[in-house]
Design a protein around this ligand. Structure first.
Ligand code: SAM
Ligand code: DTB
Ligand code: SF4
Length: 330
């Protein structure tokens, strides 16, 4: 394979991404698999555990989100969990084979004060258990990012969610630029970046590909790229959205793999509605990370048992220890 094709590129155009996406599936998968194998063990999957440390009542109006205070979804607003409770959950996750523990809070942004101090203690505690620690807390300032880095945070998740042209049909309470700024703050603090989005919200293929081009334009590429299939939640404006076609999910993952060769591509929300065959195709396309555990933040996910069976039937195995590339482009 020629060197050029393997070195990270930041100048992907929509047309180039579209050419990839629209190829015959065997061609697209051949290409994404070849790239995948250059940088990753094709039989290994990073297993991440996810916990909602602060649920519901969020001030943002993200049209997909069951935790937004703007919609009646039946998700109750809860205060931030106690540090001990979170660390107990992390210990359980580690014993169940998870190598990364992600803590999510339904906040628009982080406020300095008691709650943030507690989150810092949670991060320290998770790191002491020998796991990667990830947080997703909404927007953060450079100072907050640097305190999270000092606490040992491995990664910060902040998604672009969709392409810039479709974004304001989904969220009006913060801008695309706000998101890019948080991602920059995370990067500058030396924390690895986890950023991806959702497909199946009614966007055009071009919107998905534009999102991937923006992500691939970040230097370095995000170390993790979660690709979520919309879970249409009752009470949200997207409740009537048709489920995304599995092959479109596979194509999107293959493109993410080709555009960002070294990144972990995470097959995220929506697995509970996918067949094992569709999930297998996503792994073949280049996905190499999943969230394990019956609940994502508030929505359903396959049980640990089902996932063990899935990986065993494919002859695949959970990655042990840290799987995330430390410098994504060296
Ligand atoms: N409040 C923080 C934020 O928005 O950055 C962190 C939590 S938020 C729930 C994390 C991500 O979950 C969102 O950016 C979105 O991509 C994803 N997500 C939320 N609801 C979803 C749904 N119904 N289907 C698929 N993905 C969803
Ligand atoms: C991401 O991209 N997906 C995860 C994680 N990052 C935080 C969250 C999915 C949430 C699905 C809806 C819910 O559970 O409430
Ligand atoms: Fe709040 Fe995050 Fe949900 Fe948006 S996605 S409403 S910011 S919890």
């Amino acid at each position: 394979m020629n060197e050029n094709r393997l070195s990270p590129r930041h100048d992907w155009t929509l047309e180039q991404a579209r050419e990839l996406y629209e190829q015959a599936l065997p061609e697209l998968l051949f290409q994404s698999q070849a790239i995948h194998r250059e940088f990753h063990d094709p039989c290994e999957v990073q297993v991440c555990s996810l916990l909602s440390i602060k649920t519901g009542g969020c001030a943002e109006d993200c049209a997909y989100c069951p935790q937004s205070a703007h919609y009646e979804t039946g998700v109750e607003r809860e205060p931030l969990m106690a540090v001990d409770q979170v660390l107990d959950a992390a210990k359980d996750a580690s014993e169940n084979g998870a190598s990364r523990f992600c803590m999510g809070a339904a906040w628009r942004e982080v406020s300095d004060g008691e709650d943030f101090e507690k989150v810092l203690q949670m991060v320290e505690g998770v790191r002491e258990l020998g796991m990667e620690a990830c947080c997703t807390l909404g927007m953060i300032t450079p100072q907050q990012a640097s305190r999270l880095a000092d606490a040992g945070l491995s990664a910060y998740n902040h998604n672009l969610d969709t392409g810039p042209g479709f974004y304001d049909k989904i969220i009006t309470t913060r801008t695309y630029q706000d998101r890019l700024e948080t991602i920059r703050n995370v990067r500058e603090a030396g924390i690895t970046v986890c950023s991806g989005g959702i497909i199946g919200m009614g966007e055009a293929i071009a919107d998905r590909l534009e999102m991937l081009c923006v992500l691939a334009g970040l230097e370095p590429h995000p170390e993790s790229v979660p690709i979520n299939a919309l879970m249409a939640i009752e009470g949200t404006p997207l409740e009537q959205q048709e489920p995304i076609d599995a092959i479109e999910m596979v194509r999107t993952i293959a493109c993410a793999r080709i555009l960002m060769p070294r990144s972990m591509v995470r097959l995220s929300a929506g697995r509970v509605d996918m067949t094992t065959e569709a999930q297998a195709l996503c792994f073949l396309a280049g996905a190499n990370s999943i969230f394990a555990g019956e609940t994502l933040l508030t929505a359903a996910n396959p049980s640990e048992n089902e996932d063990e069976k899935l990986l065993a039937s494919l002859g695949m195995r959970p990655a042990r220890g840290s799987a995330t590339p430390v410098n994504n482009e060296s």
